[in-house]
Design a protein around this ligand. Structure first.
Ligand code: R5P
Length: 287
């Protein structure tokens, strides 16, 4: 899908696969036009579509997948390195739609298999709780740990909240570094409160703040403020998924993020950690 060309071409190159072509555009009234160019009949067809900004993306994606199916593809795999709508996994207030489940119903209807990277599994422990098709959940941890080991001296890995422990612990283990997990209370979209354990013994370390999603950046900003107060060095901030809504990037830099980098699950100029091989290997294994 448009915007995913770089990653898709990397996968195509690694797999020596054929590149499918299609036209996607908008009619003057805003409706979506899709035309498949080439032949998908009896082919395992792989769509690469990361799902940041899903509300705009879903209809064109649905039409494309539907038409691929209509033209007789043998199998459809959807690669969505970032899978959105995972965070609204319960009704926090009466009447709220649990959209993670509804979105899962939609996505499950268009593909035979979904491959994603570090989806935000928190209260839900497995994708099978909401997705009805086969899902492969891949983890960027070895790639992040590889980057840290190569580029950051004396790191301590910092997780901003309890759910980040799943990523932090694995990355810390692989990078042979200590880790600290903070406690977060969310009060609103841009309002979070973070509490930190004692950090004294890490003063000589380079803090590496790691989270799955950087959206408004407020989770990281509040954590950076705490690290500063504790007299720690300026942190290196790593996000798996570079959502960066509104002014998040600028706000983070202003708050003191010395280096800010992400995995290429969503195309962004902060992408430094390449997960193409992670996806390719999984496709090879499952084909
Ligand atoms: C949720 O708990 C996630 O793991 C992230 O911490 C969160 O999505 C970050 O959002 P924001 O950048 O808006 O604080």
């Amino acid at each position: 899908m448009p915007g995913n060309e770089l990653l898709a071409r990397g996968i195509i190159k690694n797999l020596k696969a054929a590149e499918g072509k299609f036209n996607a555009r908008k009619f003057p009234d805003g409706e979506s036009y899709i035309r498949i160019l080439g032949n998908v009949k009896n082919k395992h067809t792989v769509i690469v579509c990361t799902l940041a900004h899903p509300d705009e993306l879903f209809l064109p994606l649905f039409f494309l997948a539907r038409e691929i199916r209509n033209q007789g593809a043998k199998r459809i795999t959807l690669i969505s390195p970032y899978l959105s709508y995972m965070r609204q996994d319960k009704a926090f207030h009466p009447g709220e739609a649990i959209t993670s489940g509804y979105f899962a119903e939609l996505i499950s209807s268009i593909a035979d298999q979904i491959i994603t990277i570090d989806p935000h599994l928190h209260r839900r422990k497995s994708m099978n709780e909401i997705y009805t098709v086969k899902t492969s959940v891949l983890h960027a941890a070895p790639f992040i740990a590889g980057y840290i080991s190569k580029h950051i001296a004396n790191p301590v890995i910092i997780g901003p909240d309890s759910e980040s422990k799943q990523w932090i612990a694995e990355v810390a283990h692989l990078a042979k570094a200590p880790f600290v997990v903070m406690k977060k209370t969310r009060r609103g979209d841009k309002s979070v409160k973070i509490k930190s354990p004692e950090l004294k013994k890490y003063k000589k370390y380079t803090p590496v703040l790691l989270d799955d999603i950087i959206s408004t950046g407020h989770t990281m900003i509040k954590t950076i403020i705490l690290l500063k107060k504790a007299g720690m060095k300026a942190p290196v901030c790593i996000g798996i998924h570079a959502v960066f809504s509104e002014t998040a990037f600028k706000d983070l830099k202003k708050a003191g993020a010395k280096i800010l980098l992400t995995c290429n699950t969503i195309l962004h100029f902060t992408n430094r950690i390449d997960i193409t091989q992670l996806i390719t290997s999984n496709l090879e294994k499952n084909d």
